[in-house]
Design a protein around this ligand. Structure first.
Ligand SMILES: [Fe+2]
Length: 292
């Protein structure tokens, strides 16, 4: 069964109606990717100069926009260019957030907006270690940012000017992956979370949920046989398309492409249409205890 749900929408402010929103939420919350092949993020003629890796400061992987400070980071250029670039990423941020609010109005009051990013570098050959290699199937979990089950919802737009797709592999449903790896995962050591937090390796206390998600992320990536033989489909997202997924739930791997916009949004488990679909609840059910 395909993990991709295609949507015929060409408008950043669609009015899907309640039944359609519920259907879309059910697909998304089951870990599927919503694919909008007709929704294009347009660059104005004078913005097309930003489709060039030279705007990256090379220290950060991405150029990012913070919706609180409204500033960009990770870019280099003169003040007027940087202001134009900031405007561009800000416009994507507004479009992407508006899209989620229109498609899934039930989320609106509980969304917490995180950074938008522009990724001008090619996917190929940027990994420095297997753990950071996003061309291996994984679910998103970040060592320094414990979230205790809060969801990671992401909106992507391919803006490649040369017709190059953003190629993903999309893997098996979350519960299938978890059942495969959970028996191999050791419990979090007593006291470990406090030590990590005191040393400021984590920005807040790492819960057992965060420990388990990091272990799943690492064990998926480290398992060459799983990477090759796990159920999966290759999906080329063409330029001029948008896709959306819960990246803490959808197994994904970025295989190629260049020039991508991405918006991250967070949502508490209680904010979902079906809270029982969350990785936190799925793992708690499989492990038989509370994790956060
Ligand atoms: Fe990822």
């Amino acid at each position: 069964m395909s993990q991709i749900e295609t949507l015929d929408i060409a408008d950043w402010a669609p009015q899907p109606g309640d039944a359609e929103s519920r259907r879309l939420a059910a697909a998304l919350e089951a870990g599927k990717v919503l694919f909008l092949p007709r929704l294009r993020f347009e660059l104005q003629q004078r913005e097309k100069r930003f489709l060039d890796p030279r705007w990256s400061d090379r220290k950060a992987k991405n150029i990012s926009y913070d919706p609180v400070s409204k500033a960009i980071k990770g870019a280099q250029g003169n003040a007027s260019d940087l202001e134009d670039l900031r405007h561009l990423v800000e416009r994507f941020h507004q479009r992407a957030v508006g899209l989620i609010r229109h498609l899934l109005p039930h989320y609106t009051t509980q969304l917490r907006l995180a950074r938008a990013s522009f990724r001008p570098m090619p996917v190929a050959g940027r990994a420095s270690s297997w753990r950071k290699d996003d061309s291996r199937l994984h679910v998103d979990a970040f060592p320094s940012r414990p979230n205790r089950g809060e969801r990671i919802l992401r909106v992507f737009a391919n803006v490649n000017p040369r017709g190059e797709p953003r190629v993903w592999r999309v893997g098996e449903p979350f519960a299938d992956m978890a059942q495969r790896f959970l028996p191999k995962i050791p419990r979090q050591l007593p006291g470990a979370a406090a030590v990590l937090s005191t040393l400021r390796i984590t920005k807040s206390r790492r819960s057992e949920y965060d420990h388990t998600m990091l272990q799943l992320h690492d064990r998926m990536k480290a398992d060459a046989d799983y990477q090759k033989n796990a159920p999966q489909q290759t999906m080329p997202f063409p330029p001029g398309s948008v896709w959306i997924c819960f990246s803490d739930q959808t197994s994904h791997a970025a295989m190629g492409g260049q020039y991508l916009f991405e918006q991250t949004l967070h949502l508490p488990v209680a904010g979902l249409y079906d809270p029982q679909s969350a990785p936190l609840r799925v793992l708690e059910k499989l492990m038989g205890r509370a994790l956060a």
